[in-house]
Design a protein around this ligand. Structure first.
Ligand SMILES: [Zn+2]
Length: 102
């Protein structure tokens, strides 16, 4: 039987095989480096190694642990594990405080 989605795409159920490469592991609150408000980060880990045969992610080998959030002040923040501790990176710092462009 052929099913169709609302957008008219045909679902080929045997082809739908989504491997999860990312999973949520935690929620943390950290201070925004710009305005000192608490920002909520959802922390994900992302697999970097996959089983060659099944495509299943290897969660026990090298995973990238990170989370992204945007503060109310407009700062785009990235929290990432640098193997020792979590660090906050302010991605648009230059744009927000560096220049005078309006
Ligand atoms: Zn902020």
């Amino acid at each position: 039987m052929i099913q169709k989605t609302l957008t008219g795409e045909t679902i080929k159920s045997t082809l739908i095989h989504q491997w999860k490469t990312k999973r949520k592991i935690d929620t943390v609150y950290e201070e925004c480096p710009n305005c000192c408000r608490e920002v909520k980060f959802e922390i994900f880990e992302e697999a970097e190694e996959f089983d060659a045969k099944t495509g299943e992610p290897h969660w026990d080998m090298g995973v990238f642990v990170h989370g992204e959030a945007e503060c109310k002040c407009g700062a785009c923040l990235l929290i990432a594990d640098d193997m020792e501790s979590f660090k906050i990176y302010w991605l648009n710092e230059k744009k927000m405080i560096g220049g005078n462009e309006s």
